[in-house]
Design a protein. Structure first.
Length: 298
C-alpha cells in the first residue's frame, strides 16, 4: 500500500469517477486504473462499484476512504508543522466555532493571529460539535470551541472546559413580548433552536419542563448566526441563544433581550482537540490566544 494509492482513493471519492480523479491529479488514466486495481487485490475486496455514471464506494470502501483521508490529513499536517517549526509560516488552520465563541473570542484574537502568521490561511467553520465531530477525528478540523453537547466523546478526541455557558432570550426590537418577565409569559411563542445537541428539541424543552411549562413550539432549527439574526429581526420568533449576543455590535441594534426571571442554564463552553496528535504551532498559537482572552474576561 502506497501513499499515492491513498491519494487516488480519496480523489475518486471526491470526484465521483476514475476519469475525473485521474484528470484532477494529472495522472494518466491507465496507470491510475492499474494502481487502484493493485490496491483492491492487496486488500482482497473491491473499494468501488463501477456504474454507468461513475464510481461509488462500497461499504468497505467507505471505511477505507475515511481512513485514507485521515492519513492524508495527518501527512499534510506533519509537513506544515515541520515547516512552521523551521520558521516558515505556511499552511492552513481550520477551526470550528460556535456563535458564543465567535462573539467572545474571535474579535480579540484574529488580528494577533494574523500579525504572527500572515501567510497562514485560516478557515473558520461556524457550527456546533455534532456537525464537526467527524472532521475533528479525521484531522480536517484542528479544534472546536463551543457548547458541550452532553455526549460521551470518542477516545480519539479530548475536551477541556473553557468557561461556563450563559443564555438569554432574544427577540426583535419592538417585539410584542419584549416586556415579558417570565418563561410562562412566553409559553405560546414560537422558537428557533441552535442545534447544540443532536436532539434539537431537548435544548430548550428541558428548561421548560423544569419550570413545569408546556413544551415549547420549535419552528426553526439553525446552525448559523446569520440565519438566527435574519429570522429574529424579520419575525416574531424567539431564540434562547448565547448571552454574548447582548454585547455584539452587529446584533444589539436589531435585537433586544427579554429579561425573564428564570435562570437560563447552558452547557459549558469547551475546546475539543485530537487526543493523539498535538496541534501544529500555528493552530496551537491561536488556541492559546483564545484561552488567554477567556482568562482576561473572567
Amino acid at each position: 500500500m502506497k501513499l499515492t494509492q491513498l491519494n487516488y482513493v480519496a480523489a475518486i471519492s471526491e470526484h465521483g469517477s476514475l476519469r475525473a480523479a485521474a484528470r484532477h491529479l494529472r495522472v494518466a488514466q491507465p496507470a491510475f486504473s492499474r494502481s487502484i486495481a493493485e490496491l483492491e487485490r492487496e486488500l482482497g475486496a473491491p473499494l468501488f462499484e463501477r456504474r454507468a455514471k461513475g464510481m461509488v464506494a462500497t461499504t468497505l470502501g467507505q471505511a477505507f476512504v475515511r481512513r485514507a483521508a485521515a492519513i492524508l490529513n495527518d501527512v499534510r499536517r506533519a509537513q506544515e508543522e515541520f515547516e512552521q517549526l523551521r520558521g516558515n509560516a505556511v499552511g492552513s488552520v481550520t477551526i470550528g466555532l460556535s456563535i458564543a465563541a465567535h462573539l467572545r473570542l474571535l474579535p480579540k484574537s484574529l488580528q494577533s493571529f494574523r500579525n504572527r502568521y500572515p501567510k497562514i490561511r485560516l478557515h473558520i467553520i461556524e457550527g456546533f460539535y455534532p456537525t464537526l465531530a467527524q472532521g475533528l477525528q479525521d484531522g480536517n478540523v484542528d479544534f472546536y470551541i463551543g457548547p458541550d453537547p452532553g455526549l460521551k466523546l470518542p477516545s480519539a478526541v479530548r475536551k477541556e472546559v473553557l468557561f461556563s455557558g450563559e443564555r438569554a432570550v432574544l427577540c426583535r426590537v419592538k417585539h410584542p413580548l419584549a416586556g415579558a418577565t417570565s418563561l410562562k409569559e412566553l409559553r405560546h411563542a414560537e422558537w428557533i433552536t441552535t442545534s447544540i445537541t443532536p436532539k434539537a428539541e431537548n435544548e430548550i424543552g428541558d428548561l421548560f419542563k423544569r419550570y413545569r411549562l408546556p413544551e415549547p413550539t420549535l419552528a426553526l432549527q439553525s446552525q448559523s448566526a446569520l440565519t438566527l439574526l435574519t429570522c429574529l429581526m424579520s419575525s416574531d420568533l424567539l431564540a434562547m441563544a448565547p448571552a454574548q449576543w447582548k454585547d455584539s455590535p452587529i446584533a444589539n441594534r436589531l435585537l433586544t433581550t427579554i429579561a425573564v426571571k428564570e435562570q437560563l442554564s447552558a452547557p459549558p463552553i469547551i475546546v475539543v482537540t485530537r487526543a493523539d496528535v498535538p496541534l501544529a504551532p500555528a493552530a496551537g498559537f491561536l488556541l492559546d490566544l483564545m484561552k488567554r482572552i477567556v482568562g482576561h474576561l473572567e
